[in-house]
Design a protein. Structure first.
Length: 476
């Protein structure tokens, strides 16, 4: 493993990793020892030719030089090993390993240095743990954000990518780090924003569309990081796809509601003006005008009542306490209520009850409104001699109600929007049938307010099936 060692560690290793006899210092020490030995040899060889004092002096000097060399050699050898052990510990610290114990040889030879090194190791280890904890906490915070966060360096290479950003842009953080952002997110508008933001202090805001893997609308904010020059930038993306969809639905609702209210009002005003202009004296036609006014006023009242009902169930405090309701009683009452309309079209309404009563928690009035809307729609859009079947049964912890008809059916492309307010598959036919366009929206909200679900399946020319799933009452 290649490790970037500190200069202090490098110097210690260099000074102690050389051979014992290498370098000028070793050469000088060896020279002293050699000179000492030569002096001893010469003094012994010439002891018969020189005086006793001179011989003793020369022998003593040579002996002392040899002894000094031996002492220095032993002391150096004893000091070199602790330093080499210390250098090894410092090398491990540069690798991030602060748990290496200091060898006993170093602690004995250099107690002050060993104590200082131990304190430094504990201090650095504590700071490293603190930095790691802060980094992990920051990672958790970024990954928990609903907004996508991406940080880039001055070369626009990704240095951080939050979990939401990876999901939005289809990235994998492990492979995205270090790569240019324009390689992974191929959007010219975003590239221009990043380039501009890195050159100016003010952040850039805007919206963009992406298609990874489905189309999303993102509100973007791009700003550079503090510093001169800027070390990089941060991109924050907020998914506003649902907000824009709801805004579109609201705009459509306002337009549709205005149209639905304006049509009967315009008709009423036209007939009233006709009567005021003299038609009130026309015995042959005035009753027809008045009947039309009454019909349009009834349609206007029905629309307003449905809007009020829908607003009530959409309110936060509009969820009543669950009331046990026997499906059979409500279904029988609904059948009797719609018998005249069914008889006029020769449509057969059939109830298919189970052997045991099924009691659900939705409330008698709410269930009556739900079934009445579904059965009324089924009769309206079923041709003569057709049939409407209402069946129900218990399934685990749910009560299931199925309303099935043999009517004209609904094209597949309309099924996703069939529960929207004022949405009509065939606007002209719906108005002819006297509908307000709010019935199925009311049904959906009532069922959801009771904690239930509603599903629809349909085949053009064969009929439509609505399936309701409601919670069973505890007594059931």
């Amino acid at each position: 493993m290649n490790v970037n060692r500190s200069s202090t560690t490098e110097r210690i290793l260099t000074a102690n990793a050389s051979p014992s006899w290498g370098g000028w210092a070793a050469f000088i020490r060896l020279g002293i020892a050699v000179v000492g030995v030569l002096i001893l040899i010469v003094s012994f060889a010439l002891r018969d030719h020189i005086g006793t004092v001179l011989w003793s002096t020369a022998a003593a000097i040579g002996g002392l030089m040899v002894i000094a060399w031996l002492v220095h050699f032993l002391v150096e050898r004893r000091m070199r090993q602790p330093l080499q052990d210390l250098a090894l510990v410092l090398e491990k610290m540069t690798e991030g390993r602060f748990d290496m114990p200091l060898p006993a040889t170093t602690a004995v030879a250099y107690p002050g240095l060993a104590e200082a090194l131990a304190k430094m190791s504990m201090l650095v280890a504590g700071r490293m743990r603190h930095i790691k904890t802060e980094r992990d906490q920051l990672r958790i915070v970024i990954d928990s954000l609903a907004e996508g966060v991406i940080a880039v360096d001055s070369d626009q290479r990704i240095i951080l990518a939050g979990g939401a950003a990876c999901r939005m842009f289809g990235l994998t953080e492990g492979t995205a780090l270090g790569r240019p952002i324009w390689e992974l997110i191929r959007n010219p508008q975003l590239q221009e924003w990043i380039t501009t933001a890195l050159k100016q202090p003010a952040p850039i805001h805007g919206e963009m569309q992406i298609h990874t893997p489905k189309t999303r609308i993102l509100a973007m904010s791009v700003a550079r990081l503090a510093g001169k020059p800027a070390p990089g930038g941060v991109i924050v993306a907020h998914d506003i796809t649902e907000i824009r969809r709801l805004e579109k639905v609201r705009q459509e609702f306002v337009a549709n509601a205005s149209h639905e209210l304006k049509t009967p009002i315009t008709s009423i005003r036209a007939y009233v003006e006709t009567l005021l202009n003299g038609a009130i004296d026309d015995v042959d036609h005035r009753m027809g005008f008045l009947n039309t006014i009454d019909e349009q006023a009834g349609r206007l009242d029905a629309t307003v009542q449905d809007l009020l009902t829908l607003a009530h169930f959409e309110a936060d405090d509009a969820n009543p306490a669950p009331v046990p309701t026997d499906i059979a009683l409500v279904a029988l009452r609904c059948k009797e209520h719609h018998r005249p309309a069914a008889d006029r079209k020769s449509v057969t309404v059939t109830l298919c009850p189970p052997e045991a009563p099924v009691v659900v928690t939705i409330g008698d009035e709410a269930l009556d409104t739900v079934l009445s809307n579904l059965v009324d729609n089924a009769i309206k859009y079923t041709p003569e001699e057709g049939s409407v079947t209402v069946s129900w049964y218990a399934e685990e912890s749910q009560g299931v109600i199925v309303v099935e008809d043999t009517g004209i059916g609904i094209p597949q492309k309309h099924l996703d929007r069939i529960f929207e307010r004022f949405y009509r598959v065939d606007r002209g036919r719906s108005r002819d049938q006297g509908g307000t366009g709010l019935g199925l929206a009311i049904v959906k909200h009532m069922v959801q307010s009771a904690g239930g679900q509603i599903e629809i399946s349909s085949t053009v020319g064969r009929g439509t099936t609505f399936t309701l799933r409601l919670q069973l009452a505890p007594s059931s």
